[in-house]
Design a protein around this ligand. Sequence first.
Ligand code: ACO
Length: 346
Amino acid sequence: MIRAAITAVGHFLPEDRLTNQDLEQMVDTSDEWIRVRTGIRERRILRDPTKATSYMAARAAQEVLQKRGIEPEEIDLIIVATVTPDMFFPATACLVQRDIGARRAWGFDLSAACSGFLFALATGAQFIASGQHQKVLVIGADKMSAITDYTDRRTCVLFGDAAGAVLLEPALDSEVGIMDMCLYCDGSGAEALCMPGGGSLNPPSYKTIDAKMHFLYQDGPTVFKRAVEGMADVAAEIMARNGLSGEDVAYLVPHQANWRIIEATARRMGIGREKVMVNIDRYGNTTAATIPLCLYDWEARLKRGDNLILASFGAGYTWGAIYLRWAYDGTRVGFGMESEAQLSAS
Ligand code: ACO
C-alpha cells in the first residue's frame, strides 16, 4: 500500500494584528474574559479589501513549493479547504492554480469549516494511495474577518485570518505517513453554527442584510458541549484503534477554537501540556488554517517517526482525527522521501 506523507509545510499570516485591547474599544468585552474563556490574546486580519482567501492560500502554497524545491508544474492536484471562498464560484483552488502557475493541476474546494483541513488531507491522501497522483497540495485558508460581525461580542473575539498548506507525496517506506483516519459529520448541528444568508436558501436581499444573515452565527455553549465531547472522543478512538497510549504520542495537533476544548482532549488522551501544539493565543480561530499553522510553527521540533494525532471539531457538525507518523527531521525538507543516493546527489 502507498502511504501519503506530508513532505513540506507553508503558511501565510497577514501582518495586521487585532488585539484583545483593540476589541475592548469596539465591543463590550475585556481582555480577561477573552483570555480566560478562549485562550486568545490577538489574531491577524487581512485588511486589504482587494485581497481574499485565494491570496493567502497561494502565498502558503508558494512557500511549500519553495521549501520542497519543486516547480508549480509538478503539482497534480490542489485542494482548498475553506468556508470563505473568494466567490461561490469559481473555486478558490482554480484561483490558486492560476496565481502559482500550476499548469498541470486540477483542483477543487472542500467545505467542512474547522474540520476542513482534516477532510482535505484525508481526500488528498486517497489520490496518493491509489497511485493516481504524486504531488497533492492541501491548503486550509480562511478570511474569517469577511464573515464576522464586529458588533457581536459573542463571535468577533474568536476568529482570525490565515492560510496553511502542506504537500502530500508517496512515502518511500511504510514507517511514515498517514496511518489512519476517523472522520464524521452530523447535520443535526447545522443551525448551531452557520452563515444563514447568501446561499440558495436565503439569497442575498435587503432583508438578509438587515437581518445580518451574511455573518457567521454561533450558539457558543451548544457547540462547546458537542466540541468537547466530539474532539476528545475521536482522539481517544483513533488512539485505541492503533494501540497507542499517551506515551506513544509525540504531539496532539488540535484545531484551535478554544483552549478549554484542547485541554479536555489532551486530558482524555493522557498527554501533558508539553505535547500539545497551541498557538490560539497568537492567531485565534483561523478555521481551516489552524492545524497546518500548528504544523508550521512546530516543524523545526518534529522528528521522523513522531506519532502525531490531528483532531478537529467544527460547523456541520464535522469532526475527526488523523493519525500520522511524521516523515522528516526538522525543516530538512524531503528527508526520508528520497533515497540517500538522491539526497547526496542534490
Ligand atoms: N466578552 C464578554 N462577555 C461575553 C463575551 C465577550 N466577548 N461573549 C459572551 N459574553 C457573555 C455572554 O453574554 C454571557 O453573559 P450572560 O451570562 O450575562 O448571558 C456570558 O459571557 C457567558 O457566555 P457563553 O456564551 O455561555 O460563554 P462560554 O463560556 O460558552 O464561551 C465561547 C463562549 C468561547 C464561544 C464558547 O462557547 C466556545 O468556545 N464554543 C465552541 C466554539 C467552537 O468550538 N466552535 C467550533 C469551531 S468554529 C467553526 O467551525 C467555524
